[in-house]
Design a protein around this ligand. Structure first.
Ligand code: B16
Ligand code: MG
Length: 235
């Protein structure tokens, strides 16, 4: 069993709380188009590319939109999202992230970002973590978005490591599936924490210790470590 030499972090919902900004931007667009859109609907957009997210939003539309209209709607949503991103500051980094990055760095573990977002560069700049990672692979580098494994395979390649040496941290079902398809163990946090394919699970990164992340326990489907939490009962 290979030991973990790198951690590949998803960005939105793992490192930074931009997931709510995505919701507000999609909600604004949906309201303008009189399309019903709830927070529950928004859960399906986690980790999914912008155009695929739009297709999900349009499932509840009263009419069919042309490809040209869809392109303009995606741009409009991105404009709303970027307006919200302009308020983003280092205090949006999620609890436990900075100390974990620091501990991993001290332990000699490489770190990368594996994100579907085409805005990852500006987000990392805004939160002060632009230079915190050895590699950043985002929506501008990939042809297939999560649940396709491309983003994580590219991140592993950029670090010069094999999939079994990389652990992914994800908050989205699409991301958990992408990591597993890449042959990488995955720590699922937040709304993905109950995903059956997760290798390791935790409510959030402030519940995670470096030792647990790097131990062989991350190779087991249902580890009994300090960072594991039982799946919620009743689904
Ligand atoms: P953008 P992640 C993903 O980022 C978000 O979770 C998802 O909601 C969003 O649609 C996608 O990025 C594309 O984002 O519109 O900025 O290109 O979670 O993979 O870091
Ligand atoms: Mg995410």
């Amino acid at each position: 069993m290979k030991s973990i030499k790198a951690v590949i972090f998803d960005l939105d919902g793992v490192i930074v709380s931009t997931d709510d900004l995505h919701f507000r931007a999609w909600k604004r667009l949906a309201e303008e188009e009189a399309i019903p859109f709830t927070r529950e609907d928004n859960e399906r957009l986690r980790g999914v590319s912008r155009m695929e997210s739009l297709a999900i939003v349009l499932e509840r539309a009263a009419r069919v939109y042309t490809d040209d209209e869809k392109m303009r709607m995606a741009e409009r949503k991105n404009g709303y999202y970027r307006e919200l991103l302009s308020t983003l500051a280092p205090d949006a980094v999620l609890p436990g992230v900075l100390s974990l990055l620091d501990e991993l760095r001290k332990a000699g573990i490489k770190m990368a970002i594996g994100s579907s977002s085409r805005n990852a560069g500006s987000i990392l700049q805004a939160i002060g973590l632009k230079d915190a990672f050895d590699a950043v692979v985002d929506g501008t580098h990939i042809a297939q978005s999560k649940p396709d494994p491309e983003v994580f395979l590219r991140a592993g390649d950029a670090l010069g490591l094999s999939p079994g040496e990389c652990l992914v941290v994800e908050d989205a079902e699409a991301g958990v599936l992408a990591a597993r398809a890449a042959g990488m163990p995955v720590l699922a946090v937040g709304s993905a924490a109950n995903h059956p394919d997760a290798t390791l699970r935790a409510p959030a990164l402030d519940h995670v210790g470096t030792k647990d992340l790097l131990s062989g326990r991350t190779q087991h489907p249902r580890p009994r470590g300090a960072t594991s939490v039982p799946p919620a009962s009743g689904g």
